[in-house]
Structures are given as C-alpha cells and as structure tokens.
Design a protein. Structure first.
Length: 318
C-alpha cells in the first residue's frame, strides 16, 4: 500500500464528505493505493455516523472511535498503530489542509528519501493577534530549544516513512513535537514543504490560548526528556551535588569562624544565630531531595510498562 492517511477529528461532520471526495479525486488521479483512517476523538455531532456511511461507499475508509475526547496526540497514536502504508500522511479534517499536497509529500519521502516532511503554512488565514503571532513565538522557541529547524511545528499536514511512526511515542500533547521525537529516535533527515493553507469553511476552531500555554510546558518537558529522559540521575544528581557543595562550604565557614573566635578569645555566638547555618541546612536538604528525585526517576524509568492512554469504542475496517 502506498499511502495511509491518518486524520484525527473532533466534531467535523460538516466537512467530512467534502474532504473524502477531495481525497478520493487526488488518489484516483495519481493511482495511489491508499487507506484513510479517521480517528473520531469523542465527537458529539454525528461525525462517526458519516464515517460509517463513507466506509460503505469506499472500502479504503477506516475508522477508530474513542469513547470520549482523549486529545489529538492519542488520536494520532491510535492512527499510527493502525497505519499500513509505506508513507503515512497526517492532516486535519477541517478542510484547512489541502489534499492536493499529498502527491508531493509522498514524492519527498519516496524519491528524496526524507524520513519526515513537515508542512509550512507560510501564508495563513487565521486571526493575526490571537493565533499567528503566538504561533510565531512558539515556533521560534521550539527551534531554539530542540535544534530542529522547522518554521511551523503546529502544521497538521506532515508525511512520514512508516518506520518513523512506528518508533515514536506520541503522548500527552506531544503531537506538536513529532519532528523532535523523530530526531531523538534517530531519524535525522527531516524536511519541510510550503503548503497551502485555507480559511476554515465549516464549524469553529478548536484553538484556544491554553494550547499555547500547554505547548510551552510540553516544550520544556520534551527538552528535559531529550537530554535526561534516559538518565534522570545525571540532572538531579548534578544539581544535588551542587547543593551539597554549597552546604558543606557554608558549614565549613561556620566551623572555621567559631574556631577562629575561640582561638582569639573573642565572644562567640550561637550557631543557630548565624545565617550561614540556615543556608547550609537548606542547601543540604534540597541536595538530598534532588538525589532522591534522581533515584526515583531511575526506578520509574526501569519499572514503567506501556499503558493504553485512550479507550476505543468502535472500529471500521480495522
């Protein structure tokens, strides 16, 4: 099979038939063998019934239905697990991503030998103040932190080698950082393609400012995981050591100061009246806690087992 299209959605009933017709036309024109995997992430507007109807008309249409809304990352994870195509292409279901981009995204994987190609919506039709400007800031921070030189991490239109999607763990809200996860997994050839962005035709955007807050928190998480995810003791142990050194130096200063005063018959003060006593005590306690955090991290890392992060209530053709 040439292509697996993985399309997560939430309440996109109005656009699904038009999207399927558009995809069908592109696939027929280029004679691709394909599958379209719709992942219904807890829709309440009849999206699943439309997917069922489309699967009757087109045997290439497949569906996964979540019991409730678990999030885009979980939807992509389920779609990636089911995908069988040599090239896996993700896109949104709101008609803002153009299926006409599919042939070139496929070619860049097959002929140019990219592991992953990310879309870049260079010209956008979103609200400038509440979406475009925060998106630019977010993408700048993601580039600087991750070292992956992409202009648009948030673009849902991406293509992958099948082996890539089978070897990245998409959890939480990490769908924005799949290129970073792929790089950390050892896939180095990451490309970018300018893609057409279209104004939303139906429904309302699922965008909210909380997505950017969560996005920046996830960015910190992925930075930590990429550097210390396999060896958390390297970070917490180093910080704990620094705290212990500060504590021992402070304690040593207190002891030397007291001996100096005793040797010169100068009046001494209670140790607890010296501010350095509290600095030494605090830093040693913090150092101990950091070491314990490192040990716990190592234990969790070695003991963790894979758990499902979503519940599926229905499947079509899978």
């Amino acid at each position: 099979m040439n292509i697996s299209l993985v399309i997560p959605l939430l309440n996109e009933a109005e656009s699904l038939r038009e999207l399927h017709s558009w995809i069908f036309r592109v696939m027929q024109e280029h004679r691709f063998s394909y599958e379209v995997i719709f992942i219904d992430d807890g829709s309440s507007d009849g999206s699943w019934e439309i997917i069922e109807a489309l699967s009757v008309l087109d045997e290439n249409v497949k569906g996964i239905r979540f019991m409730k809304n678990f999030g885009k990352s979980q939807a992509l994870h389920a779609g990636f697990a089911a995908a069988k195509g040599d090239v896996v292409i993700t896109m949104d279901a709101d008609l803002q991503d153009s299926p006409d981009e599919i042939p070139e995204l496929y070619r860049m994987i097959i002929e140019d030998k990219f592991d992953l190609v990310s879309g870049w919506k260079k010209k956008r039709y979103d609200n400038v103040l509440f979406k475009n400007l925060p998106s630019k800031l977010f993408n700048w921070a993601a580039r600087r932190t991750s070292g992956v030189k992409l202009h648009d991490f948030n673009c849902g239109l991406k293509s992958y080698k099948n082996v890539v999607v089978k070897n990245v763990e998409v959890s939480g809200e990490m769908h924005r950082y799949i290129p970073v996860l792929a790089k950390n997994a050892g896939f180095k050839k990451i490309g970018e393609k300018v893609v057409q962005h279209q104004a939303r035709k139906y429904g309302e955007t699922k965008f909210g400012m909380n997505r950017f807050i969560n996005g920046f928190l996830d960015l910190i998480t992925i930075w930590f995981l990429s550097r210390f995810g396999r060896q958390p003791m390297h970070l917490f142990g180093a910080l704990g050591s620094v705290m212990f050194v500060i504590g021992f130096i402070s304690a040593g200063y207190i002891g030397i100061s007291k001996l100096y005063r005793l040797y010169h018959d100068e009046p001494t003060i209670l140790v607890t009246s010296n501010p350095w006593f509290y600095i030494a005590l605090t830093t040693m306690i913090i150092g101990t806690q950091l070491f314990l955090a490192g040990f716990l991290g190592e234990i969790v890392l070695r003991a963790r087992q894979g758990n499902d992060r979503y519940k599926i209530s229905g499947r079509i053709n899978l």
